[in-house]
Structure formats: C-alpha cells, structure tokens
Design a protein around this ligand. Sequence first.
Ligand SMILES: NC(=O)c1ccc[n+]([C@@H]2O[C@H](COP(=O)([O-])OP(=O)(O)OC[C@H]3O[C@@H](n4cnc5c(N)ncnc54)[C@H](OP(=O)(O)O)[C@@H]3O)[C@@H](O)[C@H]2O)c1
Length: 281
Amino acid sequence: MSSKVPSKTLNNGVEMPQLGFGVWQVEDEEATRAVGTALEAGYRSIDTAAVYENEQGTGKALAASGIPRDELFVTTKLWNSASQTWQRDDVMREFDASLAKLGLDYVDLYLIHWPRAMRDDFLAIWRTFEEIASSGRAKAIGVSNFQPAHLRRLLDETSVVPAVNQIELHPQFQQSEPRAFHAEHGIATEAWSPLGQGKGLLEVPTIVAIAQKHDRTPAQVVLRWHVQLGNIVIPKSVTPSRIRENLDVFGFELDDEDLTAIAVLDEGRRLGPNPDTFDYN
Ligand SMILES: NC(=O)c1ccc[n+]([C@@H]2O[C@H](COP(=O)([O-])OP(=O)(O)OC[C@H]3O[C@@H](n4cnc5c(N)ncnc54)[C@H](OP(=O)(O)O)[C@@H]3O)[C@@H](O)[C@H]2O)c1
C-alpha cells in the first residue's frame, strides 16, 4: 500500500509522501497504538508537534515498527509559545527535546507552529531553523499557519525558502490566495484538518453524492480532492478502519464535474484560529 502514496519533491529535493498521518489530540499512549496501526496500514509520514505531547508515544511506535529510518518521514513543530521572546538557544533546546522524545537523531521536517507576528520573533527563529537544517538534523524546514505577508517577510529577510507551509485547508476553507502564493514561490501546501475535523463537511450533500457516485466514502472524496489539487494531507484518526480507509484514495479519480461542485463549497470560514491574531502560551 505504501508504494501507492505518491511523493512531492520539496524545494530542497527532499521527497515527502503526499499523504501522511496526523496525531493532534491523541494521548501519548494512544498515539503509540494509532501510529502503529497507521504504519502497518502503509503510512510512512507522521505529523506530530511538541504541543501535542505525544512525541514519545509516536517515537515508540516508529521504533517498534522495524521500518528503516530512511523509509519514514517524521514531522514535528516548535511550540513557540508566548511565554518568551524566542532566541537561538531556546529553539535549540526545544528541538533537542523533541528529538529526544521521538528517539530520533533527525526529523524529516521541522515547522514553526504559528507565526505570532505580533511578537516579532519569527525571523530569529527561522535563522535558527536554517542552522538546524544545515547541520542535517532536519532534512527540511518549514512553517505552519503563515499568511502570505508573513512568508513575504521570510523571503525578503532570510535565505532559505520554507519547504512547506502547513495551513488549515478543506473544501469549506479552500485558501486559494495562500495556495497561489505558495505555488509562485516553490512552497508546498500542506493541509491541516483536511477532513474539516470530521464535523459537518463529511455530511455535506454534494460530498455524499460524489461519494455515492464513485462508491467511496465522503472522507475518501475529500482526501482525493486534496490530492488532485496537489496538497499534502495529514488526516487524523484513532479508528483502525478509518486509518485504512483514509489511505485508500489512490485508486479512483474525481472528474471535472466533481471538482466544480466541490469548488463552490468554499465558505471562507475557519475552524481554527486566525493566524493574524493568534497568540498563546
Ligand atoms: N499546524 C497546525 O496548527 C495544525 C492544527 C490542526 C491540525 N494539525 C495537523 O493536522 C492533522 C489533521 O487535522 P485534525 O486532526 O484537526 O482533523 P481531520 O484530520 O480533518 O479530522 C479528524 C477527525 O475526523 C474523524 N475522521 C477521520 N477519518 C474519518 C473517516 N474516514 N470518516 C469519518 N470521520 C473520520 C476523526 O475521528 P476518529 O479519530 O475518532 O476516527 C477525527 O475526529 C492533525 O492531527 C495534526 O497533525 C495541525
């Protein structure tokens, strides 16, 4: 099954599976089970974060799988909380802690979790990320929840173009402007909450009708839409049957009529916070 997941070539040549497994809101112990099931099903890319507090459980599943390290793609994120202004040593300390919890000596992708532009420290954080990348301890570096204006500052004032921007994106929040900006600058778009957090979206009549037409599930239709748009997706589930279902989206294709019908579902409405104003501890 894993061979069926295509990969995207990031702007530094690193290959990233287009479909991976997200573990937000999964307790540490449960993460070991869920990631274990996902790896067994054929997923090779796992998306965690320091703030999810399940890097350790995730790492246990990676180690127990026996899958060679170079066949895995592991993403984690810096929780650049509002408790301080972030300096180089703070970033290094957090990065080392993430590696230790994961039980790894490198990650494939390290992301700044939120821009928190009001704190004006993401440029300094990014310069430390560049240092981490050049040491080889992150094969690629990127950002999450950055708006085009934040990316513009990075592009203007630092040297490495982020490989990825991980943003909220699903049929009810299609993010055309950021996607166009990413495409223009060679930044891969990664969709978080790709299933709209499993609420509402999967019951939308248009999605249900397209699913019936292809003899697929609504979740598979939504994930297939992402894949055909060129997004990287990281659906989360702790349900073994859904974990397998969500990976099985490479054996059918949405046609133009389906894509047109989904295009009009955009409501421009976020499920998560607005990155322009979101700050946190
Ligand atoms: N960078 C960021 O700021 C950020 C923010 C949010 C999320 N993320 C990442 O993105 C990942 C995915 O986003 P998400 O967890 O918010 O939401 P999601 O993947 O869109 O949806 C997950 C929800 O959908 C349900 N579900 C999964 N597969 C299903 C299926 N086939 N049929 C019906 N329901 C299904 C899950 O239920 P069960 O688990 O009960 O099966 C869960 O409640 C996260 O885990 C995390 O890695 C990143």
